[in-house]
Design a protein. Structure first.
Length: 60
């Protein structure tokens, strides 16, 4: 039944965005989470200007 539900639901794609301040270990941890949660669709993408502004507003 779980497989049937998964096949009917649209697939989610996780976007992983690393800032210049990210460490290699942060990326490894994110990829580990993709494996742990059985997430098959993910992409490593660059931060855009809106992402950078959001991080600045949040003090990150």
């Amino acid at each position: 039944m779980l497989l049937a539900q998964k096949l009917r639901q649209p697939s989610t794609t996780v976007l992983i965005k690393a800032s210049d301040d990210s460490r290699y270990r942060d990326l490894v941890d994110a990829l580990d989470e993709m494996a742990i949660t059985d997430q098959n669709k993910y992409a490593l993408v660059d931060l855009n200007a809106a992402d950078t502004e959001l991080l600045k507003r949040q003090g990150l």
